[in-house]
Design a protein around this ligand. Sequence first.
Ligand code: CA
Ligand code: CA
Length: 354
Amino acid sequence: MSIKSLSTFLALASLANAALIRRFTCPSGQVVSKMECCGLFPILENIQDNLFEGGKCGEDAHSALRLAFHDSIGFSLNRDIGGGADGSIITFGSTELEYSANSGIDEIVKSQEPFIGQYDISAGDFIQFAAAVAVSNCPGAPRLEFLLGRPAALRAAADETVPEPFHDATTILDRFKDAGFEPAEVVALLSSHSIAAADLVDSSVPGSPFDSTPYAFDSQFFIETLLRGESYPGKGPNEGEELAPEALKGEMRLESDYFLARDSRTACYWQQYIGQEDKMANDFRAAMAKLAILGQDREKLTDCSEVIPVPKPRIGKAHLPAGSSPEQIEQSCYDYPFPTLTADPGPATAVMPV
Ligand code: CA
Ligand code: CA
């Protein structure tokens, strides 16, 4: 190559580079790679301030993630039961919110509807965007993918698409399989229960969390669900409720989580997340990316993940709660030794409602 052709080559190469990193400045000042994503920044600011209490991993953040799941899972690879992640749970709320599995979801729908009305965004996009922003508020969580461009929902999803806490492992795994998820992905999605609570399983104790750190995305959920159950947080047992550990008074254990933690098809995936928060976060991100576009064509959507805030780093380290001991672990995976965990010192402390 002559000096002249080399310099032409270098000039072309730098032009190609410039095209790859083309940037746009949004009217709101942020620099992005795709102009279509600019419209999301005002929504981000608004929901952080006015829906998520200034960017907290609180009850509304938990509910936004739950809503995204309930909307998306109305989908099947094998039957015509709904359009998946299409916003139908809001657009056809008068139908879907009557389903028993969606009880309590009406609250977050009511909170989100006014925001959707203010912007040029579909209900399906808004639900997934709000969920990704909500997750970013939880320390240790992955930065979820967000794709923009879901069209308006065409119809309500059928009833009985959402797994219920009283379902057994086979019923749950079959429903997920029907929607395209393998058992490993089901466990990855259940990482969401690290930042979740139940209001209506026992309405005498609303906001009962599923682990002792409902404000942090960590592996405590996978540890604590394996502790021997001894008591209920309220007036249990209720439908879908299982005994919870005595050392975690106030924590709610769902029957479905109890089953999947101990089922031979899922127990090793469950155990592998204990103390392996990076893997847990990566797998959750991948499973959520799939869930968020069920029923949609990825090629027709625009990647606006750059708008999602970078979550705060992980807090705390995998541990047994104070007042518990390794003997109380009901190990259910026999392929790998159980990770070594030490109990926090001192007496058991109550788990506060969210
Ligand atoms: Ca839907
Ligand atoms: Ca947690």
